[in-house]
Design a protein around this ligand. Structure first.
Ligand code: PLP
Length: 504
């Protein structure tokens, strides 16, 4: 493909994306395809001879779109937002066009330096404590990672290395492996699955401590767990607090957890993957009260801050700990300006890295702080509107509401809400997912797409109301299935009063 063909193909693709976005409401949010649909639509081998770009573009609609769940449809209310905006898409395009690999400063100075600046812009936008910033004169700084999962793992590995070094100095008789085998990490049972996974990948026992009835991890719970473990001869090392849990957007109590972590010399990592974007608005910054106690802080601009995936922002107060953990030197990676600017290869798992700061730069310049705040406020405003609709209908109750997430249910037995969830998913007009809150089955309704308008909320509400009428009708006719009966392992166990429930 020469540059002239690229111009034509690229422009046609920009038109395609713009049209997709303009007409997205016409598509069902969920697909109707069955597993294996795609192999019936394209050949099993790559073409021997190059094809025309026009044919490839035509196949996007035929092959790809039938299997796309439309995450940017205003009718998508599941999980949490995944960010998308035109400035970010163009930023991605430029990043691909430059195609550099910025593993150290010399490998592409602009790639490193723009990232340093953008992480400072972003940190200031969120009003993070100065110690996290690269411009504060200390060792603080930010780096773009691929995901919140990666950030949690990187902080865990760094905390582990730091603790092993400190402990070894105090107990020179112990081997590194002895120490590593005793390390313990803590988080709440509401933390994202990625936190548990970080424990598995980093070979550190991860205790999922019980959150309170509002899904918040409290200081007392952590303190008790640490005491228990110290008595057993274990070594508490790492704590992950969540600001905005995946299920119900609960905020762990940093003002209680923070001082405990600091007194016990534990690494406190904050996972604010979704909610972090809201801190761009001063009125939501109270949710991160106690952030000053944290060792590292992470949120995903690729969730709610209009920056396409992947872009996960991680700050640490002392970047030397990252370098101590991840630095592996080779002659071919050295350069004469080492130590002046970060060599980001020492701040991450992989060696190579893309020029992701470009899309942050484009988004922050083209939206401005005001535009970003407006986006967050509009989405929270729409969630407030949805909450009001639910509250004003006596058939329903709001279980919890935080930022852009409303958890609601039909009053009464769980099966009513379970059936409603099932009908909504089958009809594919709107997409929500469920969770449990205080042992009750609830539907999570999240304002996700940046394209969502008040009319879309009305559309979703009408869909919910029409299907709720169906559910009541089914209930009246005794057509609602009960929950699947729990299977018991052995009849004789029942008789012996020793029954064990078999997991399905
Ligand atoms: C609180 C929280 N942490 C972590 C994650 C995982 O994010 P990522 O996909 O960037 O790893 C999520 C995803 O929804 C989340 O809600």
């Amino acid at each position: 493909m020469d540059s002239q063909q690229f111009r034509e193909f690229g422009k046609a693709m920009v038109d395609y994306i713009a049209n997709y976005s303009d007409t997205i409401r016409e598509r069902k949010v969920l697909t109707s395809v069955e597993p294996g649909y795609l192999e019936k639509l394209i050949p099993g081998e790559a073409p021997q001879f190059g094809e025309k770009w026009q044919d490839v573009l035509r196949d996007v609609e035929r092959v790809i779109m039938p299997g796309v769940t439309h995450w940017h449809s205003p009718n998508f209310h599941a999980y949490c937002p995944t960010a998308n905006s035109f400035p970010a898409v163009v930023g991605e395009m430029l990043s691909a066009g430059i195609g550099c690999v910025g593993f150290n400063w010399e490998a592409s100075p602009a790639c490193t330096e723009l990232e340093v600046m953008m992480m400072n812009w972003l940190g200031k936008l969120l009003h993070l404590p100065e110690e996290f910033l690269n411009c504060a004169g200390g060792n603080g700084g930010g780096v773009i990672q691929g995901s919140a999962s990666e950030s949690t793992l990187i902080a865990l590995l760094t905390a582990k290395e730091k603790m092993v070094r400190t402990f070894k100095q105090k107990h020179p008789d112990m081997t590194e492996n002895d120490i590593k085998g005793k390390l313990v990490a803590y988080t709440s049972d509401q933390a994202n699955s990625s936190v548990e996974k970080a424990g598995i990948l980093g070979s550190m026992k991860m205790r999922l401590l019980p959150a309170d009835s509002d899904c918040i991890l409290r200081g007392e719970t952590l303190k008790k767990a640490i005491e228990e473990d110290r008595k057993k001869g274990l070594i508490p090392c790492y704590v992950v607090a969540t600001l905005g849990t995946t299920g119900t957007c609960a905020f762990d109590n940093l003002e209680e957890l923070g001082p405990i972590c600091n007194e016990e010399d534990l690494w406190l990592h904050i996972d604010a993957a979704y909610a972090g974007s809201a801190f761009a608005c001063p009125e939501y910054q109270h949710y991160m009260k106690g952030v000053k106690y944290a060792t590292s802080f992470n949120f995903n601009p690729h969730k709610w801050l209009l920056v396409n995936s992947d872009c996960s922002a991680l700050w640490v107060k002392n970047s030397k700990h990252l370098v101590d953990t991840f630095a592996v030197d080779r002659i071919y990676l050295k350069h004469k300006h080492e130590g002046v600017m970060p060599d980001y290869r020492h701040w991450q798992i992989s060696l190579g890295r893309r020029f992701r700061a470009l899309k942050l730069w484009f988004v922050m310049r083209i939206y401005g702080v005001e535009g970003i705040q407006k986006h967050i406020r509009t989405q929270i405003g729409l969630a407030n509107y949805f909450e009001e609709l639910v509250e004003n209908d006596k058939r329903f109750e709001v279980s919890t509401k935080k930022l852009g997430l409303v958890c609601f249910r039909i009053k009464g037995k769980n099966i009513l809400t379970e059936k409603l969830q099932q009908l909504l998913t089958e009809r594919k007009n709107i997409y929500c997912i469920p969770c449990y809150f205080r042992e009750k089955y609830v539907i999570r309704f999240v304002v996700c797409s940046r394209l969502t308008l008040k009319d879309d909320i009305d559309y979703a509400w009408n869909e919910i109301c029409s299907q709720t009428a169906q559910v009541f009708e089914m209930d009246k006719n005794n057509c609602l299935e009960g929950p699947p009966a729990k299977k018991l392992k052995f009849e004789e166990d029942v008789l012996n009063n020793n029954a064990e429930i078999v997991e399905d």
